[in-house]
Design a protein around this ligand. Structure first.
Ligand code: DX5
Ligand code: ZN
Length: 216
């Protein structure tokens, strides 16, 4: 069964409580909070306070996606979070970061920018809960899915299967009813979407359509 994470980057921040409620009622499985620092990516989004606020507003799991240069600086702020996603491109000592995340009781997820090869994570693949394959360049919602990423997802899936690991595959960026089936066929377990959920008038139908499309 495919899981869906709602990225609040496209939500109406003036009505976050209502937006979270709408997404919960629509049946999303967790929330995804994109934290950007204006250095790792050319954008600034939400800070620690918003992530904590989201956690208070929902009983569903919360995933903090750290698109920041200094990952180490923030981990201890996120004890109550369920998943902490860090970028491999931003860390020099991934085993140290993974252990730090596990020590605060969260599940570590490693994210890869579209052009980052899978070799980079070969030796940490069994240590993380999941790999988040960025299917757009990080920084903004509403961008187009990069088609060659299906090849990367397939390759990652075989790495996982061949080694007998139970690491999950998350995809993030440009996920909608057209691209979700491509990602799922290639091996994705979890879909993260912002504009395909919060960008829609009827969030319930949007989530249902996304879920149905993944079965195609
Ligand atoms: C992009 C973020 C994504 C983004 C997805 O840097 O990591 O989570 O919100 O937005 P959509 O689904 O609109 O591509
Ligand atoms: Zn994200």
């Amino acid at each position: 069964m495919i899981k869906i994470g709602a990225s609040i980057l496209s939500a109406d921040f003036g009505h976050l409580k209502e937006e979270i409620k709408r997404a919960e009622e629509a049946g999303v499985d967790f929330f995804h909070v994109d934290m950007m620092d204006g250095h790792f990516v050319p954008n600034i989004s939400m800070g620690i306070g918003i992530a904590k606020h989201v956690k208070k507003l929902t009983d569903l799991p919360v995933d903090v996606h750290l698109m920041v240069e200094n990952v180490d600086l923030f981990i201890n702020e996120f004890e109550e979070m369920d998943y902490i996603t860090f970028h491999i491109e931003a860390v020099r000592f991934p085993f140290r970061i993974i252990n730090k995340i596990k020590n605060i009781g969260a599940k570590p997820i490693v994210a890869l920018n579209p052009a980052t090869p899978l070799d980079e994570i070969e030796y940490i693949l069994d240590e993380v809960y999941a790999v988040l394959v960025m299917t757009v360049e990080p920084g903004f919602s509403g961008q187009k899915f990069i088609p060659v990423m299906t090849k990367k997802i397939r390759k990652l899936k075989s790495m996982i299967v061949e080694n007998g690991y139970d690491t999950k595959i998350f995809v993030d960026g440009g996920i909608n009813v057209e691209t979700a089936p491509m990602a799922v066929k290639a091996g994705a377990d979890v879909l993260i979407a912002a504009s395909a959920i919060f960008g829609k008038e009827d969030v319930k139908t949007a989530v249902k359509n996304l879920r149905d499309s993944a079965l195609k």
